[in-house]
Design a protein around this ligand. Structure first.
Ligand code: NAD
Length: 496
């Protein structure tokens, strides 16, 4: 049992004032793994004040090399402690260690090093010729200040790192609020920040649920908010930030479609969908939960997806052989089961899974499930399930497939499967999503990732992620001062 009574602020562990805690339950053993403070207004105040002081008083915003070095050291610590972090996250939320090691820890370290590189190689400011009048302009990028970073539980470390790294690289300081389900690994970040020698106050961590998160989002000393989570919570945070005019980036849910055309290589399709539909027990925001299949290949793909689902190895997330672990909580399992039963009432044909697997006698498992003959208007095709469930929808051709893919409130991801690259590229342009794959799908840290429509706005990854943490500031240089201004900036750039 890990029982935490402290939160992390100003580089030290501080006792929570709240007197209440959140429980972290291991979804495989169904036992309590530990507790963490449910931070109240005083705790949140202390964490934000620490971030404020570190931003206002330490020169952090103007030290890109120091920030880059800190990020590199942070990545080194993650590398050193990979196994411990992997096992903790797998125990908290059920992701099999084989996936967790790569998708949480290794991806996080690579990403942190990528943003260290961007901070180090920054060419700020950029000088431009004026379009009108004499002189020139310099476009600087300045950090907003204190960033509130709110993460979900489904890939807890990498979805925290994808905010923390660009926030720090941009010159912000941060207050992180992990999801309650993964509070223990969230707090471990404080220990890692200490070990990496991050300056006090640059990273602060408060634990708790929605109430704590909302205290943080509403805090008057928070200058920018970056959130990944459900669309319902995102709408609420967007409304709060709209009122206070706090910039925010919202990475929300999805209901992504894989379009399978008559000339698709079904071996490739099925190999990719093993992860894209069932990986992390289907709890992946960009997961392909709708498969739109041309009628000529429909029966064949239904059979192959059923075999894929039945062939998964369910079991202990800490076992290297496990491919599908339990879902995160009893509540999540109940929600998935409710959607499955309503899908059957609507007319779904269950060709694999359909409920709790007979092979597992404990843990919040849902068997990998394939539902055939789905109509795109049904709940199972319109709402995010966030479980190991795919809906197969037959369609007549390219135009209908594109129309069905776009007939969704969401717009996060999608893919097309065809041997004709030109056709694939054409379809990629017509599906209204923030990301799309042709004969494969995997986000890349160097390229923006995010959604449109109910999947939110703002971008993680790539240089674009830094837009959530810094703003463009234009400084006008009249012709007479131009030379001096350029010279002094060049000197600073040479130093950094
Ligand atoms: P959630 O919305 O319940 O919670 C996300 C975070 O917000 C948690 O830290 C939670 O404590 C906090 N929170 C809840 N209510 C809040 C409030 N009123 N104010 C401030 N913070 C609040 O989501 P979840 O269940 O943790 O995560 C699953 C969801 O995340 C799914 O919908 C999934 O699609 C989405 N997701 C999106 C992406 C993406 O990049 N687009 C990535 C991963 C997950």
């Amino acid at each position: 049992m890990q029982d935490h009574t402290d939160f992390y602020a100003a580089g030290s562990w501080q006792p929570s004032q709240s007197g209440t805690t959140v429980e972290v339950v291991n979804p495989y053993t169904e036992q309590v793994l530990g507790t963490a403070p449910e931070a109240d207004a005083k705790d949140v105040d202390a964490a934000v004040a620490a971030a404020r002081e570190a931003f206002d008083d330490t020169g952090w915003a103007d030290s890109p090399d120091e920030r880059a070095d800190c990020l590199d050291r942070f990545a080194d610590v993650l590398d050193r402690r990979t196994d411990e972090i992997t096992r903790l996250i797998s125990s908290e939320m059920g992701m099999p260690v084989s996936l967790c090691r790569q998708a949480n820890v290794q991806y996080a370290t690579s990403m942190i090093r990528y943003y260290a590189g961007l901070a180090r190689d920054s060419r700020d400011p950029e000088h431009r010729e004026r379009l009108f009048g004499p002189g020139s302009v310099a476009v600087h990028h300045r950090p907003y200040g204190v960033a509130a970073l709110l993460a979900p539980w489904n890939y807890p470390l990498v979805l925290t790192a994808n905010k923390l790294a660009p926030a720090l690289a941009s010159g912000c300081t941060a207050v992180v609020k992990p999801a309650p389900e993964t509070s223990l690994s969230g707090l471990l970040l404080g220990e890692l920040a200490d070990e990496a020698g991050l300056p006090p106050g640059t990273v602060n961590i408060v634990t708790g649920g929605g109430t704590t998160g909302e205290l943080l989002v509403r805090h008057q000393d928070v200058d920018t908010v970056a959130f990944t989570g459900s669309t319902a919570t995102g709408r609420r945070i967007g409304a709060i930030c709209g009122e206070s005019l706090t910039p925010c980036s919202l990475e929300l849910g999805g209901k992504s479609a894989a379009i399978v055309l008559p000339d698709a290589d079904l071996d490739e399709v099925v190999a990719a969908l093993a992860f894209l539909s069932f990986g992390n027990a289907g709890q992946t925001c960009f997961g392909m939960s709708r498969i739109l299949v041309h009628r000529s290949r429909y029966a064949e793909l239904v059979d192959r997806m059923a075999a894929l689902a039945d062939g998964q190895t369910l079991g202990d997330p800490l076992d290297e052989a496990t491919t599908v672990g339990p879902v995160v909580s009893a509540r999540q399992r109940d929600s998935i089961e409710g959607m499955l039963s309503r899908a059957v009432t609507d007319g779904a044909r269950v060709v694999a899974g359909g409920g709790r697997p007979g092979t597992q006698h404990r843990g919040y498992f849902v068997a990998p499930t394939v539902l055939a003959d789905i109509d795109n208007s049904w709940e199972i095709a319109q709402q995010e399930v966030f479980g190991p469930v795919v809906a197969l929808i037959p369609c007549a051709g390219e135009a209908e497939a594109v129309a069905l893919a776009n007939d969704s409130a969401y717009g996060l991801a999608g893919s097309v499967w065809t041997r004709d690259p030109g056709r694939g590229a054409r379809i990629a342009e017509r599906v209204h999503t923030g990301t799309f794959g042709i004969n494969g799908y995997l986000p890349d840290f160097g390229a923006p990732f995010g959604g449109v429509k109910a999947s939110g706005f703002g971008r993680d990854y790539g240089l674009e992620a830094m837009d959530a943490y810094r703003y463009a500031k234009t400084v006008f240089h009249p012709a007479a001062q131009e030379h001096t201004a350029h010279t002094s900036t060049d000197t600073k750039e040479t130093r950094s």
